[in-house]
Design a protein around this ligand. Structure first.
Ligand code: RIB
Ligand code: CA
Length: 315
């Protein structure tokens, strides 16, 4: 499986790269960076640092520095001032390509038609921009997995909205309505349930890099969950892309609330059962192609895969 990753590293984004690197039959073809957890410049430097550290020799293209239609907001309180828990370290020795993430996505989708999967684990600004410059993107990409949304659980940035969709609601709604044939949404309904307990973290070798940046992330989560450990949102999305059998799904048409005073950025779906011939119309445009929403995951299997991935030796 050949994958383009669009990310805002970001601690759990870093874990997603560790996870993908450990999968024998997957290849990261390129990385695009986006505003979100940290400004896009920081996200780009972190992506470069991580590709160097993990020996992933792929192009990194800097993407959008702000959302389509609102001000930039970042989340250093969750990921640290440097986006990696204070352990980002020295400046990267490599540089981004100079191509934008959206242009990179369009170019590679044409170079490898129907052969590339997209893992989008940050705000969806770059994917939305790529759709604007290449409306045929849904025909050119194979599988698309997006980490975002909260359907039947509370949000994490507001009581309704999850961070990636909240950071750029217009972009998220454009992507969910673009017509991707094989789109999977991995939201808080499964990632919060995929909580990695403190014991999991404590069992990691002391000298591995993830142990360092996960401390900050776990402290944040302990501060409001009241239990030790952390939530591995992005690596779970990566795992579901690589092994869909890790999860079960509900199919629906999805949209993002854009105008709600309280609910802007919320993932919405018309979950009503309507018998055939029902006189009631659907709330969400029936022409939208249905997507899969992950509703349960084999969390123990995933956490063991993640433990293996972060403890694999690398130069
Ligand atoms: O809500 C969790 C998502 O927002 C994750 O992708 C995390 O990295 C942040 O971007
Ligand atoms: Ca992310």
């Amino acid at each position: 499986m050949r994958i383009i990753v669009d990310a805002d590293p970001g601690i759990d984004d870093a874990l997603a790269l560790y996870y993908l690197r450990a999968q024998a039959d997957t290849e990261i073809v390129a990385i695009g960076t986006v505003h979100g957890n940290v400004p896009v410049e920081q996200a780009t430097a972190n992506a470069l640092r991580l590709t160097e550290r993990l020996g992933i020799k792929v192009p990194v293209a800097m993407g959008a520095g702000k959302p389509l239609a609102q001000d930039l907001m970042t989340a250093e309180e969750v990921h640290g001032h440097d986006g990696l828990g204070g352990f980002a370290g020295d400046e990267p020795t490599t540089a981004c390509t100079g191509e934008s993430a959206a242009e990179q996505l369009k170019r590679l989708a044409h170079k490898y038609p129907k052969q590339l999967s997209l893992l989008a684990i940050g705000p969806l600004t770059n994917v939305a921009l790529a759709l604007q410059i290449e409306p045929r993107l849904p025909e050119l990409l194979d599988k698309v997995v997006v980490m975002g949304g909260a359907l039947n659980v509370p949000g994490n940035v507001t009581s309704y909205a999850e961070a990636n969709f909240w950071h750029d609601p217009e972009a998220a709604d454009l992507v969910l309505g673009a017509g991707f044939e094989d789109l999977t949404i991995v939201g808080l309904d499964v990632t919060m349930a995929g909580h990695a307990p403190g014991e999991w973290l404590e069992a990691l070798p002391q000298d591995i890099y993830p142990r360092k940046f996960l401390r900050f992330y776990a402290d944040f989560y302990e501060s409001f969950l009241g239990k030790s450990g952390f939530v591995p949102h992005d690596p779970l999305a990566a795992a579901i892309l690589v092994d869909p059998a890790l999860a079960t799904y509900q199919e629906d048409r999805f949209a993002i609330e854009l105008t709600g005073r309280y609910t802007r950025g919320k993932l919405v779906a018309d979950q009503r059962f309507l018998a055939p011939g029902s006189p009631f119309g659907r709330d969400i445009a029936p022409e939208r192609i249905k997507a899969k929403y992950a509703v349960t995951t084999k969390n123990d299997a995933f956490l063991e895969q993640l433990r293996h991935a972060v403890t694999l030796p690398y130069d």
